[in-house]
Design a protein around this ligand. Structure first.
Ligand SMILES: [Mg+2]
Length: 418
């Protein structure tokens, strides 16, 4: 038996247009159906047709173009074909070094259609350096390989993994805790009216806050003020960013329930899986999490407990699209929606669009940052935008975007291969 989440169903209603943010009765939670012994690395082949047929090409080089928070990757095969991807943002210079030192050797000389095996071998080979920077770097090469495979097939990446390009409903995601409840309410109302958003997320508590608020009383004022300002027809989500111990998380969760919020994200320090499990079991509001998690076995445990009701893998923290798809598939088996984490408007949001256009358990919302980030502006064309609450997708092959030549010209470059 699966546990289809009530916010999943409610969210679909809101995403569809005239729905109400307060969904019907939730189904009871039950244990996930992911067998604990199912291998997550080196397991059965990924069920993706384009990865079953060799291209006959060999990956010749990987180049990084690094500038500020961003590092773009160009993968070139021995026939001169190219694909473009991106390393996870922030400390991109460190990740670019990791790509050339710890990742590139697993790609050079291989057929791009061997991507599952390349990715798994890379993770295994780096078992002394697990996760964060290896996965951030791996994402750059992996996403560049997907772009190349899409361009060869003449299809958007989402089609290669079983979907189709379409407008994806977005939730406007606030990244700010410095903003007052009054100012936050005013800007969300403006965005609702100007861009047509049907969902938003706000920040409660304080990052790793040990039960403290950003300032005393902010959360208790913010939660009702936002609901009152945007009205009943808007889906609301709140992010705790690892703030609370279970008793305080449950108290804040009750406040969210009282005001019809449908998603309580990362209520406890994310590494305290048992705390999060306890909170999810106590609350009616769905608990979301997993943006920091990039170990597939840890994901399997989170889903099996279940520690969360909604999974939030970040394509760029995970090590790319394939590993994120594996999380989405585990969640699908357990009846959980997947709402990928995409907290800035660089390529991670493009990758998330393609993921959401392809998976049956799409959240359904795309996380779409509402903050001004000059460092993502002009990075690629066509630029991301929100129209009537949806983000349109390019139907061009690969990721469907072209990295700005001027941006690349100003970047620092490194190369592996020939
Ligand atoms: Mg978050």
């Amino acid at each position: 038996m699966t546990h289809s989440r009530r916010s999943f169903l409610g969210g679909l209603a809101v995403a569809g247009a005239a729905g109400c943010a307060r969904p019907a009765e939730r189904a009871p939670r039950s244990r996930a159906s992911v067998p604990p012994s199912e291998p997550v690395i080196g397991g059965p082949p990924d069920p993706i047709p384009v990865l079953r047929e060799k291209t006959g090409l060999r990956i010749a080089s990987l180049e990084t173009f690094t500038r500020g928070h961003v590092s773009i990757v160009r993968l070139t095969t021995d026939d001169g074909s190219e694909g473009w991807g991106q390393i996870s943002t922030y400390d991109a210079d460190i990740s670019a070094t990791v790509l050339h030192r710890k990742v590139a050797g697993h790609f050079i000389g291989r057929d791009p259609a061997d991507l599952s095996d390349i990715v798994d071998r890379c993770i295994e080979a780096n078992y002394k350096y697990p996760w964060s920077f290896v996965c951030r770097a791996l994402t750059g090469a992996e996403t560049a390989a997907w772009d190349l495979l899409g361009k060869r097939a003449g299809k958007p990446v989402c089609e290669l993994i079983g979907g189709a390009a379409k407008p994806i409903p977005a939730y406007g995601s606030s990244m700010s805790r410095e903003i007052t409840p009054e100012d936050e309410a005013a800007r969300l109302v403006r965005l609702r009216d100007e861009k047509g958003y049907r969902a938003f997320k706000v920040r409660v508590g304080k990052v790793n806050g040990r039960d403290e608020d950003q300032w005393p009383g902010r959360t208790e004022t913010l939660v009702p003020a936002i609901r009152q300002a945007v009205g009943e027809g808007v889906s609301l989500k709140a992010d705790g960013n690892s703030c609370y111990t279970p008793p305080k998380a449950i108290e804040v969760g009750r406040l969210l329930e009282e005001h019809g919020y449908d998603h309580f994200e990362e209520p406890c320090p994310y590494w305290e899986l048992e705390w999060t499990t306890q909170v999810a079991a106590a609350l009616d509001v769905d608990v979301a999490g997993g943006e920091q998690d990039n170990d597939l076995a840890q994901w399997r445990r989170m889903i099996a407990l279940p520690a969360v009701d909604i999974v939030q893998p970040d394509v760029c923290y995970m090590g790319g699209l394939l590993r994120t798809l594996r999380v989405a598939r585990m969640a699908e088996k357990a009846g959980m929606p997947c709402v990928p984490h995409s907290a800035n408007l660089a390529m991670v949001t493009v990758f998330s669009l393609h993921l959401l256009a392809a998976i049956p358990n799409a959240g359904p919302f795309l996380e779409y940052s509402i903050e001004d980030t000059p460092w993502t502006e002009g990075l690629f064309d066509p630029a991301l935008r929100v129209v009537d609450g949806d983000v349109p997708m390019s139907t061009e092959p690969g990721w469907g975007v072209r990295v700005s030549p001027a941006w690349l010209d100003a970047a620092e470059t490194q190369r592996s291969g020939v």
